[in-house]
Design a protein around this ligand. Structure first.
Ligand SMILES: NC(=O)C1=CN([C@@H]2O[C@H](COP(=O)(O)OP(=O)(O)OC[C@H]3O[C@@H](n4cnc5c(N)ncnc54)[C@H](OP(=O)(O)O)[C@@H]3O)[C@@H](O)[C@H]2O)C=CC1
Ligand SMILES: O=C([O-])CC(=O)C(=O)O
Length: 271
């Protein structure tokens, strides 16, 4: 059975651990870690069948087949190269880190050298299958429009640097328009999906991102519009925010669980 170690015991990490614990994912949860040890303890107390050890990455990678990152973009720098050196496969949620071309190339090369896989779930968006198919030929444009309630953008470096008072936003307001490359740096915990789209489609510079704060919403909406030699499509998802982290949509947790489930399934659907 697949042995899993997980870094980041917040919203997505907790959902994954529970899905392993209740048998939805066929795997053994061997080790977990978070920089907030009280969050680790809280999670451990909810698990009925799994008894993971609390270990930092250096120790964890000696005991697992697959390392799951659901922590932060900064964690990707710290842990993913280390795990690949140790021949562990990895699943990354903080995909925005890959806008750093040097990091992306290093991880790609390490994965090849060590015969490892790097799994990047679709996360909070729908339509990655179509984009992947379309990328077999020419794609002319890709645009992501993300709308979140103002609280779903709180804490982003762009909001803080530009002193945007989210409490004062009373109507639908465009907060940011630019490349995916800028978007994932300015909103590292809000639009990792822009990175997954960029890696699948036409890259971080050509992918356009618009971020809208909309106080009338209770859901996180992501719309993707793609034009290419295949024709064009638009997808739209209205995501329920995770109760424990309004920035992260619940679908992102489900997508991580689905990716891990797929690893033990002999039949693989979708492109
Ligand atoms: N690909 C996608 O579609 C999506 C990706 N995400 C991303 O996935 C990641 C997890 O999301 P979510 O579970 O909602 O986040 P949470 O904030 O709920 O949980 C993350 C936990 O990991 C901890 N952490 C961060 N960095 C490290 C580190 N270097 N070492 C150990 N622990 C660390 C955090 O601590 P602290 O609070 O101190 O940072 C926090 O306790 C985030 O980066 C998020 O932006 C989220 C939604 C969709
Ligand atoms: O969960 C979402 O709606 C998207 C998100 O936070 C991310 O991509 O970082």
């Amino acid at each position: 059975m697949l042995s899993i170690g997980l870094i980041g015991c917040g919203t997505i990490g907790t959902s994954i651990c529970k899905a392993i614990d209740n048998g939805t994912i066929e795997a053994e949860l061997v080790a977990i870690y978070d920089r907030h040890l009280d969050d680790v303890d809280k999670l451990l107390s909810t698990l009925k069948n799994s008894k993971p050890q609390v270990m930092e990455v250096a120790e964890m990678i000696k005991n697992i087949d697959l390392l799951v990152e659901c922590a932060s973009q900064e964690a990707v720098y710290e842990i993913i190269p280390t795990a690949l050196h140790a021949h562990c496969d990895v699943m990354v949620m903080s995909v925005g880190a890959f806008s750093d071309e040097k990091l992306y190339k290093t991880i790609r090369e390490l994965a090849k050298e060590n015969k490892c896989k790097v799994y990047l779930p679709s996360g909070a968006i729908v339509g990655l299958d179509g984009l992947k198919s379309a990328s077999a030929e020419e794609i002319y444009s890709v645009t992501l429009t993300t709308q979140k309630p103002p609280v779903g953008l709180a804490g982003a470096p762009y909001i803080i640097r530009n002193k945007i008072d989210l409490d004062k936003i009373t109507g639908k307001t465009v907060i940011f328009e630019g490349s995916a490359s800028e978007a994932v740096k300015e909103f590292p915990a809000n639009v990792n999906v822009a990175a997954t789209i960029s890696l699948t489609g036409i890259g971080f510079e050509k992918t356009r991102v618009k971020i809208v704060a909309n106080p009338a919403l209770t859901r996180n909406i992501h719309e993707i519009s793609v034009e290419g030699s295949f024709g064009e499509f638009t997808t739209r998802v209205e995501n329920v925010p995770s109760p424990t982290n309004p920035r992260s949509s619940y679908l992102a947790s489900l997508s991580a669980i689905a990716t891990l489930k797929k690893l033990s399934d002999p039949i693989q659907t979708g492109t």
